[in-house]
Each structure stands twice: as structure tokens, then as C-alpha cells.
Design a protein around this ligand. Structure first.
Ligand SMILES: N[C@@H](CCC(=O)N[C@@H](CS)C(=O)NCC(=O)O)C(=O)O
Length: 203
């Protein structure tokens, strides 16, 4: 398999952590890709111009992180990272959706503040993204306090950890940990996993 990746992307991190947890990391050849470089050829693989994009062993290109993670889990010979059926399946996938939404709002803010010319920036849009993130984190705090994030690693817990890691990386000054002791404690433990340690964003 071949993965187009950027080292700072939280979606890519989710895919790589999933691959490591599924024991598939060694089967993936990685190509670093700067999607913001005008000369990038990412669209040859993903017409949406985004990373991650995974070329499967049979030559198909998968271009959205939930789909890529599902494909990886289909090759996983250990305990599935996405439960195959029942309420646990929907809980894990919903957790991933919530975490991906946090990533979306965080990445939107980075693009808005780093890429968009200053005179075209829209403050209310940034505030809207921060509000979404805070609401999602408050829900996750309750879930962490109830023990819902505990238990065997799964795609939901991986996605939440990658979203939180991205907030630490890009928005440390917002300090999401403050007032969220259960989520913070859970994250500190999960972040010690070798797969999380090996995929930390560059300093
Ligand atoms: N829904 C996609 C989002 C991927 C995404 O937005 N990736 C960012 C990097 S963090 C990107 O490539 N952005 C380039 C662009 O939007 O043109 C996924 O889950 O894979």
C-alpha cells in the first residue's frame, strides 16, 4: 500500500496510528506531500487535493480517512478496531465522527489564520469553529468521566486522541485541558501508546 501524507495532518495521524495498531505499518510505503504547494501532484491520486490518500494493494485509491481506516481494519488479523456489529460499532464510529469534526474545525482555523490574507479573514467564522470544538470537548469530557473511552483501543479512541493531540500542537494557548480533568487524564494515558509516540507532529 502507498500513503500520501503530511506529518502535521491529524487525519493522516489517525490513519498511521490505525495502521500501527493493526500491525500493518510495515506494509505501507509513505510519500510526503505538501498539498499547498502549487506544483503538487496530489490530484493525480486524490482529485480533492487532500491527504491522506491510500493506494491499496490492488491499485484502488481511497481518499478519506474514515474509509482508509475501515480498509486497514479489514486487513487487521487482530481484534477489530471497528466493532463489526451492535451498539459498540455505532459508538466507535460516532466517536470518530465527533473527533473528525473537531479536526475539521481546528484545520479550518489554521487555514483561516495562516493561509488566508489578513484582510479577508472572518472573525465570526473563527469563533464559530472554536465554539464547535468546545462543545464537542465538553461532550467528550462527560464520556471520559463515565469511562466510555476506556477499554481496548479502537478507531474512536484513536480519532479522539489524534484530535486532542492536534489541538495541543496548533492551539496550546487555548488549553483544552483546563476544566476537563477526565478527558485530560485519559489523553495523557493514551498518548503513551507507542503508536501515538511514533506519530507526534514535528516540533
Ligand atoms: N475528510 C478528510 C479531510 C482531509 C483533509 O482536509 N486534509 C487536509 C490536511 S490536514 C488537506 O489535505 N487539505 C488540503 C485542502 O483542503 O485543499 C479526511 O478525513 O481524510
Amino acid at each position: 500500500m502507498k500513503l500520501r501524507y503530511a506529518p502535521t495532518s491529524p487525519y493522516v495521524r489517525k490513519v498511521v496510528v490505525t495502521a500501527m495498531e493493526a500491525g500493518l505499518d510495515e506494509r505501507i510505503e509513505r510519500t510526503a506531500t505538501n498539498v499547498w504547494d502549487p506544483a503538487t501532484d496530489i490530484a493525480d491520486d486524490n482529485p480533492l487535493g487532500k491527504v491522506p490518500a491510500l493506494t491499496t494493494d490492488d491499485g484502488m485509491v481511497l481518499c478519506d480517512s474514515p474509509l482508509i481506516c475501515e480498509h486497514l481494519d479489514s486487513l487487521n488479523s487482530g481484534t477489530p478496531l471497528i466493532p463489526v456489529q451492535g451498539p459498540a460499532r455505532w459508538q466507535v464510529l460516532n466517536l470518530q465522527a465527533l473527533a473528525d469534526g473537531v479536526m475539521d474545525s481546528a484545520v479550518t482555523q489554521v487555514v483561516e489564520t495562516k493561509m488566508r490574507p489578513e484582510d479577508l479573514r472572518w472573525g465570526d467564522w473563527l469563533t464559530r469553529q472554536k465554539t464547535k470544538i468546545n462543545r464537542a470537548l465538553d461532550v467528550l469530557e462527560k464520556q471520559a468521566a463515565a469511562g466510555d473511552l476506556d477499554g481496548p483501543v479502537n478507531l474512536g479512541s484513536i480519532a479522539v486522541a489524534c484530535a486532542l493531540g492536534y489541538l495541543d500542537f496548533r492551539f496550546a494557548e487555548d488549553d483544552w485541558h483546563s476544566g476537563r480533568p477526565a478527558l485530560s487524564a485519559w489523553y495523557e494515558g493514551f498518548a503513551q501508546r507507542p503508536s501515538m509516540q511514533a506519530t507526534q507532529p514535528p516540533a
